[in-house]
Structures are given as C-alpha cells and as structure tokens.
Design a protein around this ligand. Sequence first.
Ligand SMILES: [Zn+2]
Length: 192
Amino acid sequence: MVKKSTREYVLNFFTKNPNHTFTLQEIEVAVRKEYEKDTGLTDLYVNREVRNLGTQGYIPDLGNIIKPKRGEYRFEKGSGPIKLKSPFPENVKLDIKKKDNYTCQWCGKVETSRDRLAVDHIIPEDSGGKGVLENGITLCTHCNNRKKNLGVSIFGKNMFERYLLLAKKDNDKKTIKFLEEVLKVFEKHQLK
Ligand SMILES: [Zn+2]
C-alpha cells in the first residue's frame, strides 16, 4: 500500500465535505479515523497541515480553503481563486497621503513630483482588508516591496524595533517603555 501524506488525508477530507465549516478538532478526529482505517495507527497530527492549507487558501484544481472564524475551516469547491479585492479609490489614496504628510511611514522618504509614494493596505486585501482611510499606509516603492515580502506582522515588529532604537538614542524613557511593551505583545503572540 502506498502511504498517503498528511496533506493528502486532509485534502481528501475537505473535498469529500465541501461547503461545511469545521473546527480544527473536528477535522483532526475525522482525518485520524481515515488514517486509522488505512494503517491501523493513530499517530497522525493534522493541525499544522490544516493551518498551512488555510494560509495557502487557493488549492489549484480543487477550490479554496477559507477561515470563516479563528480556528474554523471550510472548503469551497470551485475552479479559480476567490478574489477579495478592495482597492483604494483615488480620493481615499489622497486622504491617506495627506494623513501621512506625504511621507513613507517606514523610512521617512518624502514624496516628490518625480518620486511618487504608494498607498498600501495595512491588513492585506487577501485577508479581507478594505480600501478605506483607516486601513491605508503611505510607503515608498522600496518599503512597499519589503512589506509585501515580509508580511504585515514582521513588518510592524521591525517598525517598532526601529522606533525603539531611535527612542533609545534620544533617551526618551516614556517612549522606550511604551515600545518595549508593544514588542512584548508581538512576543506573546509569537508574531515573527
Ligand atoms: Zn520607504
């Protein structure tokens, strides 16, 4: 018998049960049962694989795995990726730049007529972030690419770490204390 991978077991479960919302635990129990049927063993740990699939979202040729709530997963059968696009209307983009003083919020670069700054989503569109004022941040192209590559949580963490360095330089005790507390929150939730 060919041994199936954990991923295959999980995908089998989802494709057999489309359009239903399951908790992580329900998925684990059901998938382990299948695994036990095949192998007589119960040592299959699926949580990590389910989370990976949830992060991946779109599974080519099968459909989309979405997370209706924290810890819940649902397989939506279909061919293409679900698009959750919510771009900024031009007037909102302008408002965001104004709010940020036409300055890159990461490196401090100021917009010039030759060098335009970009407006980006703080919560990414794929995670349901909307194209509204509160969810906008002004970034230069260079920093915008950095953010895309790093993801929002590490980008935020890096930003606070930079501020902390600056505050230490200025010996600004109040700000240092504040930033150290913020960084503890990142640590607490193991956001890297
Ligand atoms: Zn920048």
